[in-house]
Design a binder for this molecule. Structure first.
Ligand code: NCD
Length: 316
């Protein structure tokens, strides 16, 4: 793979790049099932590779799946959970200085930061690859990769899809990355469903226009629910609102329950990057169309594939 840092999903330009990582993800899962990792582990010469995870915002799935992925590939992990409270940031160190230093301890940095653009800034000075694990309201490219992989695995295709994004389209970085990625596929139609205040940002709509994607911005679910293939639900990002009042106006706008799901196509899928805070009722979990826990599981294998590709490319 010809990328050094993974900062934004638009770097995945060609269908071959996606195909490449999806194939390796399949092989990682097969390896886990059969116990045969021949050719899949990281080369440990002259020593084991080290991943540093630097998280300035909370995370469960992203951090733990990256760390688990690295360990399963026979690599090592350095970790700072709550980097904001427990690292030298509390003493006033800048991100740039931290990256320079950590760059001499590890072979790759997985970075989550509260500021949009932080990963790009880090990549500009980092001596080692940076993976953006979420930069504020910006992007979350590895989530988009595992989302797309899940769509492919569940439906057998990533084109000719009606996709509905529901929830926080303004602040939700996972929908931003997935919208960019879907925009490059053929036959995609999008329903962008949110309260007025948290609509999809203009630059992403422009991108959809440039790629001739048909989309509709709406607040309603009822009218299109029976025609979609993917229902991608997101959490309203409470922590990004300027004040509690603005959040309260839009919280609990949508709740996906069995009644609504019963009107969806038999072969549709319900996805969510998690964590959920009530926007999908627990009663939906046992519906065969609920794919959100599988999505989280796929994240592990996808991240194993990504680490292998980035770290091996570095060695060549
Ligand atoms: C998301 C995130 O951090 O952007 N979580 C994740 O990585 N799976 C979604 C969210 O926090 O709502």
């Amino acid at each position: 793979m010809k990328i050094q840092h993974l900062i934004e999903i638009q770097q995945f330009k060609s269908p071959e790049m996606l195909e490449n990582i999806f194939q390796l993800t399949d092989r990682m899962e097969e390896g886990e099932l059969s116990g045969n990792f021949e050719g899949l582990l990281l080369s440990n010469h002259p020593r084991k590779k080290i991943l540093a995870s630097l998280f300035y915002e909370p995370s469960t799935r992203t951090r733990l799946s990256f760390e688990s992925a690295m360990k399963r590939l026979n690599g090592e992990v350095l970790t700072t959970e709550h980097a904001l409270q427990f690292s030298s940031v509390t003493k006033g160190e800048t991100l740039v200085d931290t990256i320079r230093v950590v760059g001499s301890y590890a072979d790759l940095i997985v970075l989550r930061h509260y500021e949009e653009g932080a990963a790009k800034q880090a990549a500009e000075i980092s001596p080692i690859p940076i993976i953006n694990a979420g930069d504020g309201c910006g992007q979350h490219p590895t989530q988009a990769l595992l989302d797309m992989y899940t769509i492919k695995k569940e439906l057998g295709r990533i084109k000719n899809l009606n996709v509905a994004f529901v929830g926080d389209l303004l602040y939700g970085r996972t929908v931003h990355s997935l919208a960019y990625l879907l925009a490059r596929q053929e036959g995609i139609r999008m329903y962008l469903v949110s309260p007025e205040q948290i609509r999809m940002p203009r630059d992403i709509l422009n991108y959809l226009d440039e790629h001739h994607i048909l989309y509709e911005e709406t607040s309603e679910i009822e009218e299109w629910i029976s025609s979609i293939d993917i229902l991608y639900v997101t959490r309203i990002q409470k922590e990004r609102f300027r004040n509690v009042f603005e959040y309260q106006q839009v919280e609990k706008t949508y709740t996906i329950n069995n009644e609504l799901v019963s009107r969806m196509k038999e072969d549709a899928r319900i996805m969510h990057p998690l964590p959920r805070v009530g926007e999908i009722s627990m009663e939906v979990d046992s519906d065969p169309r609920a794919a959100y826990f599988k999505q989280a599981q796929n994240g592990l294998f996808l991240r194993m594939a990504l680490l292998k590709l980035l770290l091996d490319a570095k060695e060549e």
